[in-house]
Design a binder for this molecule. Structure first.
Ligand code: HSE
Length: 316
C-alpha cells in the first residue's frame, strides 16, 4: 500500500476591496477572519473536493464549479499537468458578504496545493491563478480580493496584463470596524447595476482620489486617507442593495469615522478609525443602524494583516 500523502493546511484572510475609489484595483487583507483549505497530493490526476464545511451546504462540491477547485485546476493545467490534488474546504467567511469569501477559498487552496506539490510558485503567479476562481464566482476575474489575500497588506493592482501588484505601506494606527449585515448580495448582482460608461468628470475625480489615497498611505496621514475614501461612481449604484447602508454611513461619519464605505460588493460595510477604541465605537453604531434597518448581523474590529500562508502539515 502506498504511504498516505500529508495534508497541508493553508489559511487565507478576508479582504476589503475597492476601498472607495479603487474599484477592482485596490484591496486590503484583514488580520483575523478567513478560510482554511487542506490539500494533499493524490494518485489520480485532476482535482477532487472531498469536503466543504461551514457553507451551510450552499457551495458546489464539483471542482469545476467551486472557486477553490477551479483555481487548483488552473494551477495543475499550467504547472503540474500530470498531478492530482484532493481538497477539503473549511469556510470561515460568510458567502456573498463582500469580504472576499470566494477569493479566500481559492487563495488558501492554491497555497496549500502549491506546498503539497512543492512547486514554490511566486505570489503573482498564485494571484493570477486565483483570478480564475473569481471568474466562475461572478463572471469577472477581478484581482482586488485575491491579490491582498495572497500578499497581505494593502495592495494596488495598476495593471492586469501582465499582472502588476504593488504593496502599499499600512499605517500602524489604522483600525477598521467591519460589519456584515444579515443579508447577502452576490457580486454578480452587484456588478449588473454598474454603469458601462462613466462621465469624464467623475473619472477624473476618482483618479484624483485614488492618487490621494496612495499619497495618504505613504505619508501615514489618516485624515487624508479618510478624505480619499469617497466613491461617487460605484457606491451610489450599490447603496440601495444594502438595507440601512446610507443611514449607517451617515451615523459613522457624524461620529467622526475617518471614512465609511462598502467592502467589495457588499453588504459588509467598513468604517475607519485611528484607534481601537474609536473603531469599537463605530462598530456599535454600525450594529445599531443595521439592526434598526432589520438586517442585524455580525461585526468585528480588526487591522490590516498578512496574506495566505501554510498553517500546518498533517499526516492523516
Ligand atoms: N471589485 C469587486 C466589486 C469586488 O466591487 O465588484 C467584489 O468583492
Amino acid at each position: 500500500m502506498s504511504k498516505p500523502r500529508p495534508w497541508i493546511e493553508a489559511f487565507a484572510p478576508a479582504t476589503v476591496s475597492n476601498l472607495g475609489p479603487g474599484f477592482d484595483c485596490l484591496g486590503l487583507a484583514l488580520r483575523g477572519p478567513g478560510d482554511r483549505v487542506r490539500a494533499r497530493r493524490s494518485e489520480a490526476p485532476g482535482v477532487r473536493i472531498l469536503a466543504v464545511e461551514g457553507d451551510g451546504g450552499k457551495l458546489p462540491r464539483e471542482a469545476e464549479k467551486n472557486t477553490a477547485g477551479v483555481a487548483v485546476q488552473a494551477l495543475l493545467r499550467k504547472h503540474a499537468p500530470e498531478d492530482g490534488i484532493e481538497l477539503e474546504v473549511h469556510k470561515g467567511l460568510p458567502l456573498g458578504s463582500g469580504l472576499g469569501s470566494s477569493g479566500a477559498s481559492a487563495c488558501a487552496a492554491l497555497v496549500a496545493a502549491d506546498a503539497a506539490l512543492g512547486l514554490g510558485l511566486a505570489p503573482a503567479q498564485l494571484v493570477d491563478l486565483a483570478r480564475e476562481g473569481e471568474r466562475i464566482a461572478c463572471g469577472a476575474a477581478h484581482p482586488d480580493n485575491v491579490a491582498p489575500a495572497i500578499l497581505g497588506g494593502v495592495v494596488l493592482i495598476p495593471q492586469l496584463e501582465p499582472l502588476r501588484l504593488i504593496t502599499l505601506p499600512t499605517p500602524l494606527d489604522l483600525w477598521l470596524a467591519i460589519y456584515t449585515p444579515g443579508c447577502s448580495v452576490s457580486t454578480a448582482e452587484a456588478r449588473v447595476v454598474l454603469p458601462s460608461h462613466v462621465p469624464l468628470a467623475a473619472t477624473v475625480q476618482q483618479a484624483g482620489r485614488l492618487g490621494l489615497l496612495v499619497h495618504a498611505l505613504h505619508t501615514g496621514d489618516l485624515a487624508l486617507l479618510g478624505e480619499a475614501i469617497v466613491d461617487e461612481i460605484v457606491e451610489p449604484c450599490r447603496a440601495g442593495l444594502i438595507p440601512g447602508y446610507l443611514d449607517a454611513k451617515a451615523a459613522c461619519c457624524e461620529a467622526g469615522a475617518l471614512a465609511c464605505s462598502i467592502s467589495g460588493s457588499g453588504p459588509t460595510t467598513f468604517a475607519l478609525a485611528g484607534s481601537r477604541s474609536r473603531a469599537e465605537a463605530l462598530l456599535a453604531i454600525l450594529e445599531e443602524c443595521f439592526t434598526l434597518a432589520g438586517v442585524p448581523g455580525k461585526g468585528l474590529v480588526d487591522q490590516v494583516g498578512p496574506g495566505a500562508r501554510v498553517v500546518s502539515s498533517l499526516l492523516h
